[in-house]
Design a protein around this ligand. Structure first.
Ligand SMILES: C[S@@+](CC[C@H](N)C(=O)[O-])C[C@H]1O[C@@H](n2cnc3c(N)ncnc32)[C@H](O)[C@@H]1O
Length: 224
């Protein structure tokens, strides 16, 4: 039975520019081969010998996802992104770098999360999500008590969640909701811990645009 109260749309446009022919071809050929299953699945089974499974929500152009996958070929990285131009760009990175450890859903991460078992992920990235700054739109933000509970369900004890944003109000909003969930412990000890990009961070395309109202803030949490 379909959900009578599906979550509100948390993303903006699905497509802007025309997708370049080479990327359009990858949407037809590569994407169907790396889409995760549409029924319940354990992400660790998607790649033989995977040591861990990570999830990136809203990967944009896929630069961060591809660079992390390049660094850690032993990790299966799942990415979800409904923005078609972003998916097409990510496919180009996956193809050019011959990444065998990335799986891509061209859709809503919340649908993907619902299919995975508890404690099946070791890292979740939510990097520069759509800010929905007007208060009447705040309910569209991906970080809500419900999604935080879902992050807690999916992460193994000791697993890590990274949230980053350059919108001050969204940082406060997320900090409030993440610290309200007893499953998460914020790792910061001093201001430099949230003001300085973490050592393993890869600058994203959206981050470079500096469209927000503050310098980028990075919140790292550990799953208890
Ligand atoms: C502001 S962009 C940032 C993209 C990228 N993380 C970066 O930093 O360059 C936010 C992205 O999140 C995606 N997004 C929003 N809601 C989503 C959802 N429910 N599941 C997956 N992606 C989502 C949007 O389509 C958009 O591309």
């Amino acid at each position: 039975m379909s959900d009578p109260h599906p979550p509100l749309r948390s993303y903006g446009r699905l497509k802007t520019r025309t997708i370049k022919p080479r990327q359009a071809a990858l949407m037809e050929t590569l994407l169907p081969t790396i889409r995760p299953p549409t029924t319940a699945f354990d992400p660790r089974t998607l790649m033989a010998g995977a040591s861990e499974a990570w999830l990136e929500i809203g990967f944009g152009g896929g630069e961060h996802m591809a660079a992390q996958a390049q660094r850690r070929p032993d990790v299966l990285i799942l990415g979800a992104e409904p923005f078609q131009n972003g998916v097409a760009s990510a496919l180009r990175h996956i193809d050019e770098q011959a990444l065998g450890n990335v799986r891509v859903l061209d859709g809503d991460a919340r649908e993907l999360m619902a299919l995975m078992p508890a404690a099946s992920l070791t890292r979740i990235f939510v990097l520069f999500p759509d800010p929905w700054p007007k208060s009447r739109h705040n309910k569209r933000r991906i970080v809500q008590a419900e999604t935080v509970a879902e992050f807690a369900r999916l992460l193994q004890p000791g697993g890590r969640l990274r949230f980053a944003s350059d919108w001050g109000d969204y940082v406060d909003w997320s900090l409030l909701r993440l610290t309200a969930n007893p499953a998460f412990r914020w790792t910061a000890e001093a201001a430099c811990d949230w003001r300085t990009p973490p050592a393993d961070h890869i600058t994203t395309r959206y981050e470079e645009k500096r469209l927000g109202d503050c310098a980028p803030v990075f919140l790292d949490f550990v799953r208890a």
